[in-house]
Write a protein that binds this ligand. Structure first.
Ligand code: NDP
Length: 493
């Protein structure tokens, strides 16, 4: 196996059946550094024929290759080796991630630690998958076997590129599945570097394949392919709906991790400093390009004016800068397309609400897709800026009267990924926890995410769960086995 993948070399190929291959059409697409707008790589654009090759490789590895014969212990060892490789190369990967998607280097370093931890977690879980013995009313042994779902197509977004790849690949490998991963076309580089270690870690050819290219071509071909048993998708609700429709033709299993418009709720009795920090962190971390961003900041009327002022004062101190600068707290958005999208919401927000801070491009940046941290206030929950996912550093601050009002506003959204509540009153906190229709609720914090705890949404934020044992479940089928212990159990004829 040879690879052209290297930070300083600008051409990357697809990784199919343990080989680096060019696109069957010869086409490549450019990948940019969003802080300089310079092209930093060219990547092979997978055609429909390339997707077919990748699926055939995965199918062969699953149906007749050595992979189905591996033990759960062996699969666990592979995952531990991959984690070790990530840890050994985390500085290189963090730098590449920041250069490619624009996030501050300090955040990429956290991401790489989480990537390694994710592989370790599922390495440990691989040999803890068990079935159960069932108390059927018969002289029989009835039990369940847990088996891999088969070939999984995994489609991921650009905001946490290698972490999203880890959330999908690690449980799939632990379960014994074979995979075709399609990163977002904006951010394929760290996943391609990672592919360099797959063979060394002990994965037979075809078990993990990585293809790149536009979602409408390579992603759509993967979803429609009859050789794929399951699609695991993270991305926008709009594309999630396209995927469900397409996957219906072959009745694939589908799990969806979609977007959100998560409420971050502040009561007057919350710890003041922690709350103001929590409001900013909830929506500005990773430039706001976070599915669980607390983009609707709900504040009790008693503290509303003062809270908006305090948020604004602190937001002035958020340092925008190049992703590789260690002092940077916010880098550029990932792409020109995202910059234009967020900018159009900034113009809309100025019409729909009042602007406390931000609202445009920061001064002093000649190049790069930078956007100011922006706080809109006096936002009505019917406004588009409080209903639609912006996926940028834009907070919509909404006042509320009392607890019932807060719950009503919080749940008045088509999404249900996450939410947070800030209060010193534990009884109030638990009433909110139970009332909020979302898959993840934080109390007196926002955004902590751990591999041990499930991740996923209610309502239009998707279905299925990632992380923890729940993430592994999604890659397993349940087989029922009945072993008769009677000599003539039927005796009917
Ligand atoms: P998109 O939905 O546009 O894209 C996600 C992935 O789907 C990309 O790899 C994309 O490919 C691919 N894709 C696009 N069209 C199709 C298609 N027709 N068939 C198959 N695949 C397709 O989302 P973004 O990349 O813009 O990511 C941002 C979105 O992801 C936000 O809405 C965010 O909330 C959500 N998200 C959710 C998370 C969660 O855990 N719930 C986590 C992170 C993000 P390409 O880009 O190459 O065209």
């Amino acid at each position: 196996m040879s690879s052209t993948a290297n930070v300083s070399v600008k051409t990357y190929k697809s990784y199919i059946n343990g080989q680096w291959v060019s696109s069957s059409t010869g086409e490549t697409f450019p990948v940019y550094d969003p802080s300089t707008e310079a092209v930093i790589a060219q990547v092979a654009s997978a055609s429909v024929a390339d997707v077919d090759s990748a699926v055939k490789a995965a199918r062969a590895a699953f149906d007749s290759g050595p992979w189905p014969q591996t033990t759960a212990q062996d699969r666990g060892r592979v995952l531990f080796k991959l984690a070790e490789k990530i840890r050994q190369n985390s500085a290189m990967l963090a730098e590449l991630e920041s250069r490619n998607c624009g996030k501050p280097i300090v955040e990429s370093e956290f991401d790489m630690a989480d990537v390694a931890t994710c592989f370790e977690y599922y390495g440990g879980l691989a040999n803890k998958v068990t079935g159960s013995v069932l108390p059927v009313p018969a002289n029989a042994l009835s039990f369940t076997l847990r088996e891999p779902v088969g070939v999984a197509g995994q489609i991921i977004p650009w905001n946490f590129p290698l972490l999203m790849a880890a959330w999908k690949l690690a449980p799939a490998i632990a379960a014994g599945c074979c995979c075709i991963l399609k990163p977002a076309e904006q951010t394929p580089l760290t996943a391609l570097e990672f592919a360099n270690w797959l063979e060394e870690a002990g994965l037979p050819p075809g078990v993990v394949n990585i293809i790149n290219g536009p979602g409408e071509i390579s992603g759509a071909a993967l979803v429609a392919h009859p050789g794929v048993d399951k699609i695991a998708f993270t991305g926008s609700a709009a594309v999630g709906k396209i995927i469900v429709r397409s996957a219906a033709d072959t009745l694939k299993r589908v799990t969806l991790e979609l977007g959100g418009k998560s409420p971050n709720i502040f009561f007057a009795d919350a710890d003041w400093e922690a709350a103001v920090d929590g409001a900013l962190f909830g929506v500005f971390i990773n430039q706001g390009e976070v599915c669980s961003a607390g983009s609707r900041v709900l504040v009790e009327k008693k503290i509303y004016g003062k809270f908006v002022e305090a948020m604004t004062e602190k937001a002035k101190r958020i340092k925008l800068g190049p992703p590789l600068d260690r002092d940077t707290k916010m880098g550029p958005l990932v792409s020109k397309e995202q910059y234009d999208r967020v900018s159009s919401y900034l113009e809309l927000g100025k019409k729909e609400a009042k602007t406390a801070i931000g609202g445009g491009r920061p001064k002093g940046f000649g190049k790069g897709f930078y956007v100011e941290p922006t706080i809109f206030y006096d936002v009505d929950n019917t406004a588009r800026i409080s209903r639609e996912e912006i996926f940028g550093p834009v907070a919509s601050v909404i006042p509320f009267e009392n607890e019932a009002d807060a719950i009503k506003i919080a749940n008045d959204t088509p999404y249900g990924l996450a939410g947070a509540v800030w209060t010193r009153d534990i009884f109030k906190a638990f009433r909110l926890v139970k009332s909020m229709r979302a898959g993840i609720i934080w109390v007196n914090h926002m955004q902590p995410t751990y591999v041990e705890a499930p991740w996923g949404g209610y309502k239009q934020s998707g279905f299925g769960r990632e992380l923890g044992p729940w993430g592994l479940e999604e890659y397993l089928e349940t087989k029922q086995v009945f072993v008769n212990l009677d000599e003539n159990p039927i005796g009917w004829y």
